[in-house]
Write a protein that binds this ligand. Structure first.
Ligand code: SF4
Length: 83
């Protein structure tokens, strides 16, 4: 855990915030909430509806949707790391 490619100003606000998304696939109950909220970041497997992470580092305009997905996920399978 080290600050790779840091911009150096350390403010951490607004632009420049990096988001990393992790999904705990075994926890997923295939409810599809995340896919409805953030279809550019999450998809579901055709055979069983289990989540597929499409974009581990989504652009800033999708951050709010990803955060909401993590909140509404009934299995708490989505983890968002921001820095
Ligand atoms: S919202 Fe959670 S449980 Fe539902 S498909 Fe997405 S990761 Fe799986």
């Amino acid at each position: 855990m080290s600050g790779d490619k840091g911009d150096g100003d350390g403010s951490g606000e607004g632009k420049g915030v990096t988001m990393r998304v992790e999904v705990d696939v075994p926890k997923c109950v295939a409810s599809g909430q995340c896919v409805m909220i953030a279809p550019d970041v999450f998809d579901q497997r055709e055979e069983d509806g289990i989540v597929v992470l499409l974009d581990e580092r989504p652009p800033s305009e999708l951050h709010a949707d990803v955060r909401e997905s993590a909140v509404v996920c009934p299995a708490a399978a989505i983890r968002v790391v921001e820095k």
